[in-house]
Design a protein around this ligand. Structure first.
Ligand code: BTN
Length: 326
């Protein structure tokens, strides 16, 4: 459960930044370590499942899709989101870890990523599967100056940020209320937002983002019964978790700044435009069964307004199903 060791992180960042092998001498010299030390770190990373090839006389080359704090921060520069990044090889849940860090006083903008989650969590008490090195499990700690009733707006903001970021790789994505990212009726990414606070004031909000970056080599586990897809299949090219994480962090930075200066209205408009069911017939499943109607608007609390018969009904929690699309 420990975050990545800083020397390993530096070795990975150096290897990831080079398309050619990098020699042990160069690594040792640049990072101020002995060659034996470099070799030990490489061996221990291989034991963790990271593929690093060695080529006689030429050096080491990274073959796995790994990411590390240095790789992220080298490319992000000065941002609020990602001002601190932690990468764990294995953790219970990045959301839980972000909340533990929040309780220990961590600053807004902290990003937690894990290669494996042992109890990844989804919306409505569901579990969330993270395919090692093929999925991105990322949580962001925010400390917005808002009341608890507005936290749902941050989930919708995140859906817009994901839609914008992932649309750089895949055209034709859509949001499905409240915050699933869909491609051709299959889910590619989900968001779980959690908070700590008191009446009138939020102390910490953790935004958890799960993205299927590529299809796991052995396929999806059987217990996943819903239709799922992944970014690489949808885009037709092998995307990296690093590029996906960078695009998301940048889009979150943009969305959060927009929210802080202009409030929820522009986010709500962007969400409505990206929502696959805007103006369409949907079936909304809640804890008391379902209702059908036309999705007519989104309100400031994140509720979907459904036109059923002559009435407008607020739908607050649950899932929707599109009736006119497969
Ligand atoms: C959903 O049900 O659609 C939400 C899924 C959210 C999963 C992410 S993965 C990173 C973070 N850590 C968790 O335990 N859950 C969220």
């Amino acid at each position: 459960m420990n975050p990545m060791n800083p020397n390993r992180d530096a070795i990975l960042a150096r290897l990831a930044g080079s398309s050619l092998p990098v020699s042990g001498d160069v690594l040792a010299h640049e990072l101020g370590l002995s060659r034996a030390g470099i070799w030990k770190h490489i061996q221990s990373m291989r034991k963790q499942g990271i593929r690093i090839e060695s080529y006689t006389g030429r050096g080491y080359q990274l073959k796995s899709d790994v990411l590390s704090p240095a790789m992220l921060q080298d490319q992000l520069g000065e941002t609020l989101i990602g001002s601190e990044c932690m990468v764990f090889d294995e953790i219970d849940s990045t959301n839980r870890e972000a909340m533990r860090q929040a309780e220990a006083g961590a600053d807004e903008g902290l990003v937690i990523i894990a290669n494996r989650q042992t109890s990844g969590r989804g919306r409505l008490g569901r579990s969330w599967y993270t395919a090692e090195h093929d999925s991105l499990a990322l949580s962001i700690l925010l400390r917005p100056d808002i009341g608890p009733e507005k936290v749902a707006q941050l989930s919708l903001l995140t859906a817009v940020a994901l839609f914008r970021a992932l649309s750089e790789f895949v055209p034709g994505l859509g949001i499905k209320w409240p915050n699933d990212i869909m491609y051709n009726g299959a889910k590619i990414a989900g968001i779980l937002t959690e908070m700590r606070g008191e009446p009138g004031q939020v102390h910490a909000v953790v935004i958890g983002i799960g993205i299927n970056v590529r299809r796991p080599a052995g396929g999806w586990p059987e217990e996943i019964t819903r239709k799922v897809s992944d970014l690489s299949t949808a885009s037709g090219r092998d995307l990296s978790r690093l590029d996906t994480a960078l695009a998301i962090i940048r889009a979150m930075e943009r969305g959060y700044r927009e929210y802080s200066t202009s409030g929820f209205a522009p986010i709500r408009e962007a969400w409505w435009r990206a929502h696959a069911a805007s103006g369409q017939r949907v079936r909304a499943h809640g804890s008391n069964g379902y209702v059908e109607g036309i999705a007519e608007a989104l309100d400031n609390d994140g509720a979907l307004l459904l036109r059923t018969g002559g009435k407008l009904q607020r739908f607050i929690a649950g899932d929707i199903e599109l009736m006119d699309v497969n």
